[in-house]
Ligand binder design. Structure first.
Ligand SMILES: O=C(O)CCC(=O)C(=O)O
Ligand SMILES: [Fe+2]
Length: 183
């Protein structure tokens, strides 16, 4: 039997909820997405080109965090680990034409190996809103996007993954992580 390196929740959010989140992002300034370079975060568009903002847990975003907490709790059981409720800001990402996170990477660098045990990516756009922009998680590469709008894919943060370049349209995604909060 083939075991895929991720767990999908095809209806994690409703299409209306996705639109609410995209509308919230339209009121939030987006900035170029950065990567971790060993000493500091910086922009490197060959590695990653996208615009993003972060949302800490507050009155307006609490419902989103709560939904992610529930998904992470279910995924933690499946991946035989334990996680705390989401404690780092969640990330909204916009990938326009040419945008990508094409470098294979882990979300759990040595500096936060335990704080990031699980990652989640929620597709906020409809599949026909864009071509490319596929989240690939090794070794399951070369697959087309299968999740509908509102579908979430959860995976171990240490698994290398990437997002292929968008060749048409725009892809919006909500990306979050959790693990064990440092004492
Ligand atoms: O856009 C995505 O689905 C995932 C992006 C990603 O891998 C990251 O932000 O670390
Ligand atoms: Fe990532």
């Amino acid at each position: 039997m083939v075991t895929l390196p991720f767990l999908d929740f095809p209806q994690a959010l409703s299409p209306a909820e996705c639109e609410t989140i995209v509308a919230l992002a339209a009121r939030t300034p987006l900035e170029p997405a950065t990567i971790w370079g060993g000493a500091a975060d910086h922009v490197d568009t060959r590695t990653r080109q996208a615009e993003r903002c972060y949302w800490a847990r507050d009155a307006e975003t609490e419902w989103i965090h709560a939904r992610l907490d529930a998904l992470f709790a279910e995924a933690a059981a499946r991946f035989e680990t334990e996680v705390d409720p989401v404690f780092e800001p969640i990330q909204f990402v916009r990938y326009g034409v040419g945008a990508h996170f094409q470098t294979w990477h882990s979300d759990a660098g040595a500096d936060r190996y335990d704080e990031r045990r699980l990652s989640a990516s929620v597709e906020l756009s409809r599949p026909d809103d864009h071509d490319g922009g596929v989240l690939e998680i090794a070794p399951a590469i070369g697959l087309a996007r299968t999740l509908p709008q509102g579908g979430a894919r959860l995976f171990r943060s240490r698994m290398i993954h990437r997002v292929t370049p968008v060749t048409r349209g725009t892809r919006h995604a909500l990306v979050a992580w959790t693990g064990k909060r440092r004492a």
